[in-house]
Write a protein that binds this ligand. Structure first.
Ligand SMILES: Nc1ncnc2c1ncn2[C@@H]1O[C@H](COP(=O)(O)OP(=O)(O)OP(=O)(O)O)[C@@H](O)[C@H]1O
Length: 818
C-alpha cells in the first residue's frame, strides 16, 4: 500500500529545512560568517555568566533557607508576599507565595456574581448578588461552561505562566503519542508481512525498530501521566491559594461565611479539601481524556480515509455521532448526583470533625451512643445515595461497554473489509486490489499487512472514540465538581463584597437582614464609641436578626476602663462582636482603633483559643516568630510576660519554648485563660475587650492580672457577670434592666448615679434578705413545734398528744392530724 511505503513525513520536513539552512549559510559572505560566529560566541559567554550568577544566587538562597528552616520561615517580602523554605530531600527549596491582588478579586466578581443571563445562573434581580440559585442543576449546559471558564481564569491566570507551559508540553506529548501509535501500526503490519514473506533480515530490523519505538512510547506515556498530575496539582495550588486569600483575610470571611451567609452550609472545609481536589483531578484528566482522543480521531480518521476511502470515513463519523447521541440520552445526571454526593460527604465529615473538637465534653456526658447515632445516620444517608449512583452506573456501564467494545469492533471489521469486498470504494487499499494482477500470494500478503495496519488503526480509533464517549460521563461528573467549587467561590465573593440584595425587588429588605445594613464601622478612632447602635443577633441570609438592645450609645477614651455586666444572654458579648466587625452594624456608628492587636484594639474571646505550634507561638499568637523578632522581642521578654501572667513555670514544665503539643488538651481551664492574658501583655494593645477572660482564675490572681494590664497602659473593656471586678474599672455598662430586660445604664463607678443604682440594688437585696429571715423564723417555729410533739385528733373527735417519734406510727394506723 502506497501510504505505508512512503517516507516518514516528519523526516521529510526535517531534511527539507536542514537543506534550506545549509544552502542559506553557504550563500553568506565571509564577513557575515565571522560576525555571526562572534555573536554566537558572545551569547554563549553571556548565558554561561548568567547561569553562573543564577547558580550563586540559588546557593545563597539555600544557605539562608537552611538557617531559617528550623525557625518559622514565614518571611514577608514586598507586596505582602511570603517566603517559606521547604526541605526537599537533602536540599531546601524556596517558595514565594504571592497574595491575590484586590484588583483581581474585583475583576473576577463579575464572573462569579453576575453570570450572563443565558447561563440561567442569574437570579434575575437588577443588583448582582447571588451564587448559583438552587434550580440550576449541575450538568452539561451553558451554566457549566460559564462556571468552568470562570474557574479556568483562576487556574490559568495569564498566557505566560507555568500552567500554560504544562498544558502545552502535555499537548506536545499527546501529539507525539498519536504519532507513535501511527508508527507502531505501520511497524506491526510490516513485521507480520516480513514474517509471512520469510524475510529474516527485515523481520529482525523490524523488531529492533519496534523496541526503540516502544522505549520512546513508554517514555511518552509516563510523561503524559506525570504532566497530567503536575497540571492537576498546579490547578489545585492556584485555586487553593485564591480561595485561601478570599477566605482568610481582614474582612473575616471565614467567620461570616458560616455565621452570616450560610450559602455553603456547615462550612468550607469539605469544599476546599475534597471537592477542589476532585475538581482539579477531573479537569486535568479530562484534558488528556478529551484532548488525546480528539487528536487521535483526526489523525487516524485521515489515515483511514487514505487507506479505506471516503465511504469508510463517512461510516465512522456517523457511527460517532450516533453513539454520542445515544449515550448522552441514556446517561444519568452524573453532575447533579456528584454534587449531592459531595454535600453528603461534607455532612458526614463535619460530624466527625465536631466530635473530635468536643471529645472531652462528649466523654464527660457519656454521649458516645447518641453521637454514634448521629454519625451512623449521616453515613447511612451517604451510603444510600452512593448505592443509588452505583445502581444507575451499572446499567449505564453495561450499555456503554456493549456499544463501545463489541458493536464498534464488529463495525470496525466491516469497515476494514471495504477494500477487499468493495474495492471501488476502498481508497488506496481498494486501488491496490484493482491494480494489475500479480500472483495470488503477494496480493494476499499485501492484504494481510494492510489488514493488520488498518485493524490497529481501527483499534486505536475505537479506543480514542471510546475514551471520548466515556468522557461524557467524566464530563458530567466534572460538571458536578465545578458547580461545587463555583458555588464556594461565588459565595466567598458575595461575603467579601457584601453584595446582598433583596430577593424580591418589589419588597423592601427584611428588617436587620444582610440587605438592611445601614450603619458604619469607622476604624481609626482613639477609643471605643457606639452611637445609636442596635445590638442585633443576626440570622443567616436572607432572614432578619433578633434585636437584643434597641439602641446603645457610649464613648470610652484611653485610660477609662469599662465593665459590661448584666444577666446571661442579654447581649454583652454581642457588643464585642459588633466592635470587632464580626457582626454587621445595622444602624448608627461604631468607632474603634484601626489596628487589631499591637498598638490597637485586641479581643480576648470567651472560649480561649490555642493555636497549632510551639509554646512560644501560644504566647505571641497571632504573631509568628519572625514578627516577634522584627518587634525586637526575644525569649527573655516572653519569660517576663509569662511571669507576669503567673505562668512562669510553663517553659520548664513543657520542655522549652520550641515544644509542640496539642495545647488545648495540655493546659487547664485557668491556664488557658491566663495564656490569653499573657498574649495581652505581649501585644500591649491600647484597648482590650476581655470576655469572661478570668472566670476560671482565682480572685487574688485575677486582681493582680487586672492591675498589671492597667499598669501596661491597656484600657480594659471587661465583659463579666462578676460584680467584684468593679473595683478595677472606671465605668459600668449594665444591660438587661427594666421589665423586659431591654434597658441599659452607663455610669461612672462611684458617682452619684452609680451610687444610687448601687443603693437601689442594695435596698432590693435587703428586702429579699428580710423575706428570707421571715421564712427562716417561721421554719424554726415549725421545727420547735415538731420537736415538742404533735396534737392528733382521734376518729371519735378526742384530742391526743403523741410524742414526735411515735407520730409516724399513729399516722399509719389511720389517725387524722390537726
Ligand atoms: N453566632 C450567633 N448567631 C446568632 N445569634 C447568636 C450568635 N451568638 C450568640 N447569639 C445570640 O445572641 C444573644 C446574646 O448572646 P451574647 O453572647 O451576647 O450573650 P451574653 O450577654 O454575652 O451572655 P453570657 O453572659 O452567657 O456570655 C443570645 O441570645 C444568643 O443566642
Amino acid at each position: 500500500m502506497a501510504v505505508q511505503s512512503k517516507e516518514d513525513p516528519l523526516m521529510v520536513l526535517y531534511t527539507r529545512y536542514l537543506n534550506i539552512l545549509k544552502s542559506r549559510i553557504r550563500q553568506r559572505s565571509r564577513n557575515t560568517k565571522i560576525i555571526a560566529t562572534l555573536a554566537l560566541t558572545l551569547s554563549i559567554i553571556s548565558s554561561t555568566y548568567g547561569t553562573y550568577k543564577w547558580w550563586k544566587r540559588r546557593s545563597a538562597d539555600k544557605a539562608e533557607g537552611r538557617k531559617l528552616l528550623r525557625k518559622n520561615s514565614g518571611l514577608k517580602g514586598k507586596d505582602g508576599e511570603r517566603i517559606i523554605y521547604v526541605p526537599r530531600g537533602n536540599s531546601i527549596s524556596k517558595v514565594v507565595i504571592r497574595p491575590t491582588k484586590q484588583t483581581t478579586f474585583d475583576a473576577h466578581r463579575r464572573l462569579f456574581l453576575t453570570p450572563p443571563r443565558v447561563t440561567r445562573l442569574h437570579s434575575g434581580t437588577s443588583t448582582p448578588a447571588y451564587g448559583p440559585p438552587p434550580q440550576t442543576k449541575p450538568g452539561l449546559n451553558l451554566a457549566f461552561l460559564h462556571q468552568f471558564l470562570s474557574l479556568f481564569n483562576i487556574m490559568v491566570p495569564r498566557f505566560r505562566c507555568k500552567e500554560t507551559g504544562l498544558l502545552l508540553s502535555h499537548g506536545l506529548f499527546l501529539i507525539l503519542r498519536t504519532y507513535l501509535s501511527l508508527v507502531v501500526a505501520r511497524l506491526d503490519g510490516a513485521i507480520v508481512r516480513d514474517l509471512v514473506n520469510g524475510e529474516g533480515r527485515s523481520f529482525l530490523t523490524g523488531i529492533l525498530k519496534w523496541l526503540s519505538v516502544g522505549t520512546l512510547a513508554s517514555y511518552t506515556n509516563s510523561m503524559i501521566k506525570f504532566l497530567q498530575s503536575k497540571i492537576s496539582i498546579a490547578f489545585r495550588t492556584r485555586l487553593t491559594r485564591y480561595i485561601h486569600d478570599l477566605y482568610l483575610n481582614r474582612n473575616l470571611n471565614f467567620y461570616k461565611l458560616t455565621n452570616l451567609d450560610g450559602g455553603v452550609g456547615q462550612g468550607a472545609d469539605q469544599f476546599i479539601t475534597q471537592d477542589l481536589t476532585l475538581f482539579c483531578t477531573a479537569a486535568a484528566s479530562l484534558y488528556s481524556s478529551l484532548g488525546k482522543p480528539l487528536v487521535d480521531l483526526f489523525v487516524f480518521n485521515y489515515q483511514l480515509y487514505l487507506s479505506l476511502g471516503p465511504l469508510a470515513s463517512t461510516l465512522l463519523l456517523s457511527n460517532y455521532f450516533a453513539t454520542a447521541t445515544l449515550l448522552r440520552r441514556l446517561s444519568p445526571p452524573f453532575g447533579k448526583l456528584k454534587a449531592v454526593e459531595g454535600k453528603k460527604e461534607g455532612d458526614f465529615r463535619a460530624l466527625h470533625a465536631r466530635l473530635i473538637a468536643n471529645a472531652e465534653e462528649v466523654a464527660f456526658y457519656g454521649g458516645s451512643d447518641v453521637e454514634k447515632v448521629f454519625v451512623n445516620r449521616a453515613f447511612q444517608d451517604l451510603k444510600k445515595w452512593m448505592d443509588g449512583i452505583y445502581n444507575l452506573k451499572v446499567r449505564y456501564n453495561m450499555i456503554e461497554d456493549f456499544i463501545l467494545k463489541y458493536s464498534w469492533s464488529a463495525f470496525g471489521y466491516i469497515v476494514t473489509s471495504l477494500p477487499v469486498f468493495l474495492p471501488a470504494w476502498g481508497g488506496l487499499g481498494g486501488a491496490q486490489e484493482l491494480g494489475p494482477s500479480e500472483t495470488a500470494s503477494p496480493r494476499e500478503r499485501g492484504r494481510m499487512k494492510d489488514f493488520i495496519t488498518n485493524k490497529r488503526l481501527m483499534l486505536s480509533l475505537a479506543d480514542a472514540g471510546g475514551r471520548m464517549m466515556y468522557s461524557i460521563k467524566d464530563l458530567s461528573e466534572l460538571a458536578g465538581y465545578t458547580s461545587r467549587v463555583y458555588t464556594l467561590i461565588s459565595t466567598l465573593h458575595r461575603v467579601h463584597a457584601g453584595a446582598y440584595a433583596s430577593h424580591r425587588r418589589s419588597r423592601p429588605a427584611e428588617l436587620y437582614s444582610l440587605t438592611d445594613v445601614q450603619g458604619t464601622l469607622h476604624s481609626g478612632f482613639d477609643g471605643v464609641r457606639l452611637e445609636d447602635v442596635p445590638i442585633v443577633a443576626p440570622s443567616l441570609y436572607p432572614y432578619g436578626g433578633d434585636e437584643l438592645i434597641e439602641s446603645l450609645s457610649f464613648i470610652l477614651h484611653s485610660g477609662d476602663h469599662l465593665l459590661i455586666s448584666g444577666p446571661n444572654g442579654v447581649g454583652k458579648s454581642s457588643i464585642a462582636r459588633i466592635v470587632a466587625g464580626l457582626w454587621p452594624v445595622y444602624r448608627g456608628l461604631v468607632s474603634r482603633p484601626r489596628q487589631i492587636g499591637t498598638d490597637g484594639i485586641m479581643f480576648l474571646p470567651q472560649r480561649p483559643y490555642l493555636s497549632v505550634g510551639t509554646l512560644r507561638d501560644q504566647v505571641i499568637y497571632p504573631h509568628t516568630e519572625v514578627d516577634m523578632r522584627d518587634n525586637g522581642k526575644n525569649d527573655h521578654h516572653l519569660q517576663a510576660i509569662l511571669d507576669a501572667a503567673r505562668l512562669g513555670y510553663l517553659p520548664d514544665r513543657e520542655g522549652g519554648w520550641d515544644t509542640r503539643k496539642e495545647w488545648k488538651d495540655v493546659f487547664s481551664g485557668g491556664e488557658k485563660q491566663r495564656m490569653g492574658i499573657a498574649r495581652l501583655f505581649y501585644h500591649e494593645p491600647r484597648y482590650a475587650f476581655i470576655d469572661e477572660g478570668t472566670s476560671a482564675v482565682s480572685s487574688d490572681v485575677e486582681g493582680l492580672l487586672y492591675e498589671t494590664a492597667k499598669d501596661r497602659g491597656i484600657t480594659l473593656v471587661t465583659i463579666s457577670t462578676r460584680a467584684s471586678l468593679k473595683k478595677y474599672h472606671t465605668y459600668n455598662l449594665v444591660l438587661g434592666l427594666g421589665e423586659d430586660g431591654y434597658d441599659w445604664e452607663f455610669n461612672r463607678i462611684g458617682d452619684a448615679r452609680e451610687k444610687m443604682g448601687v443603693a437601689r440594688e442594695v435596698h432590693e437585696l435587703e428586702e429579699k434578705l428580710e423575706k428570707v429571715s421571715d421564712w427562716e423564723k417561721r421554719l424554726k417555729e415549725i421545727e420547735e413545734e415538731l420537736s415538742k410533739g404533735v396534737h392528733f385528733v382521734s376518729m371519735d373527735g378526742e384530742s391526743v398528744e403523741v410524742p414526735a417519734e411515735a407520730a409516724t406510727v399513729e399516722e399509719q394506723e389511720g389517725v387524722e392530724t390537726t
